[in-house]
Design a protein around this ligand. Structure first.
Ligand SMILES: [Zn+2]
Length: 459
């Protein structure tokens, strides 16, 4: 038995003893799930023939079948032959601007934000960090959902607006979302305004000249922003892909990278590795989904995954093909800088989280599906399936400060995915979704599917 399992059983026994004083009403809501292979979310071996109890939206016991004692009157759910993994945490995307293939500011409505959060829930994504492109109604919706979370939406976190040089942020239609700052005082004032809006932990900073199209944020400005964020108890995450810029930003104290620290063609060098080793808290989101056709080819095999048709239109699915990409692209990608860079960062002990940039230019409209493909891409880049799943669950929850998410463990929110096949054997099995539970409640996936596939016939 794995050490973590013993620890969980000890803790759960203690809770059981102390549970004698809890009101009977709490026990009547208990459900025992038994028989599944359980991926806890910690890179350890899975627990075979596991059992766990969910009460009032949280895991109250986790262990092996036969060792977990269900409270009197508990409902029982057999998960024999299934695999359970923690729900996914997506630490980097952009809500609101996509509506199918349409990509514009006018799409940023309450209805569309909720639709994205439902698509995420449908795919087993428990929480989503919208990274620096929020508009005012986004803050209000976040607060409303936080106060009374509906059953079938992912938790909405936001970095608010980000910072860039004036008109120097992300590609349109996201371009005008960040604060445009030209002086250190303006950078600090923008961070203070974000703190007042109670953003969720991170200030997003763009340091990119977009191949010479825009002016790049200067070291003086990003240093002021990082310093002010830290002074206010916030952290910072950057959009930067040039290796030398990444080095400067690491030295300025950034807390994480929303993209890999290299552009195509740049190798991870010794200096970069040393900077990461000196800063073990700094996370990296590989955000590979945008390069899907390089990784998987002009017509990826997974394009025929029936899961796509459950939430996306035929046009959405067709856009995943790119005939201009040569057939040998995946072989060249595999032998190229990305897997080499990932191997070097992994050897340096860098903490990877999951970000897919869903809703932006490269992540496109594939909310939820993109998170699964990001895990598959991480495995193509050299992580093991267990490492990719841990990045997508425990690590991303830690990065976002979500103490109650990211693992199947006593005291955590009961957010989990029931799978028909084992993703440790093939990472593509994370998409063989049988059921999704968020906060202990089954997401009504059939109702959501009807909404999306029914709407299609009227288009
Ligand atoms: Zn982004």
């Amino acid at each position: 038995m794995a050490v973590h399992t013993i620890a969980l059983i000890v803790v759960s026994s203690l809770l059981l003893l102390s549970g004698c004083t809890s009101p009977p009403a709490a026990q009547s809501t208990a459900t025992l799930f038994e028989g599944a292979r359980l991926i806890v979310g910690d890179e350890g071996a899975p627990v075979e023939n596991a059992a766990f109890v969910v009460e009032n939206g949280a895991f109250t016991q986790v262990g092996r079948a036969g060792e977990v004692r269900a409270p009197d009157g508990a409902a029982r759910v057999s998960l024999a032959g299934k695999t359970v993994m923690p729900a996914i945490i997506d630490a980097h995307g952009h809500l609101g601007y996509r509506r199918g293939a349409s990509f514009r500011i006018e799409n940023y409505t309450r209805e569309n934000l909720l639709d994205h959060l439902q698509r995420l829930a449908y795919h087993g994504v428990a929480a989503f960090m919208s990274m620096g492109t929020e508009r005012d109604l986004g803050y209000a919706l976040r607060d409303e959902l936080r106060a009374a979370p509906p059953a079938a939406v992912a938790l909405f976190l936001t970095a608010g607006r980000g910072l860039a040089m004036p008109n120097g942020g992300p590609a349109p239609p996201l371009r005008d979302a960040p604060y445009g700052v030209s002086t250190p005082d303006e950078a600090r004032a923008a961070v203070r305004e974000l703190a007042a809006k109670k953003i969720d932990r991170y200030v997003k900073i763009w340091v990119d000249d977009r191949e010479g199209q825009v002016t790049k944020l200067t070291p003086e400005l990003f240093t002021a922003a990082i310093d002010e964020a830290h002074r206010l108890g916030l952290r910072t995450a950057t959009h930067t892909q040039d290796r030398e810029d990444v080095k400067a930003i690491l030295r300025a104290g950034v807390d994480g990278l929303a993209h890999p620290p290299w552009r195509l063609g740049q190798e991870v060098d010794e200096e970069l590795v040393a900077l990461f080793k000196e800063r073990p808290h700094v996370f990296v989101l590989l955000t590979l989904w945008g390069t899907r056709n390089q990784i998987f080819g002009p017509r990826p095999a997974w394009i025929d995954d029936p899961l796509l048709g459950e939430t996306f239109t035929e046009e959405d699915i067709r856009l995943l093909e790119n005939p201009k990409v040569p057939a040998d692209a995946p072989a060249r990608w595999k032998a190229g800088v990305v897997p080499r860079g990932v191997a070097r960062l992994k050897a340096a002990g860098v903490r990877f989280g999951l970000g897919d940039d869903a809703g932006a230019t490269n992540g496109a409209q594939y909310f939820g599906f993109g998170a699964h493909m990001e895990m598959a891409s991480m495995v193509e880049a050299g992580l093991t399936p267990a490492e990719a799943i841990t990045a997508a669950t425990r690590n991303s929850a830690e990065i976002l400060g979500l103490d109650r998410l990211g693992a199947v463990a006593v005291g955590k929110s009961a957010d989990f995915i029931v799978l028909d096949a084992n993703p440790l054997e093939n990472i593509h099995n994370t998409r063989r979704i049988n059921a999704v539970y968020l906060r202990g409640q089954a997401v009504d996936r059939a109702a959501l599917r009807a909404k999306w596939t029914g709407a299609r016939t009227t288009e």
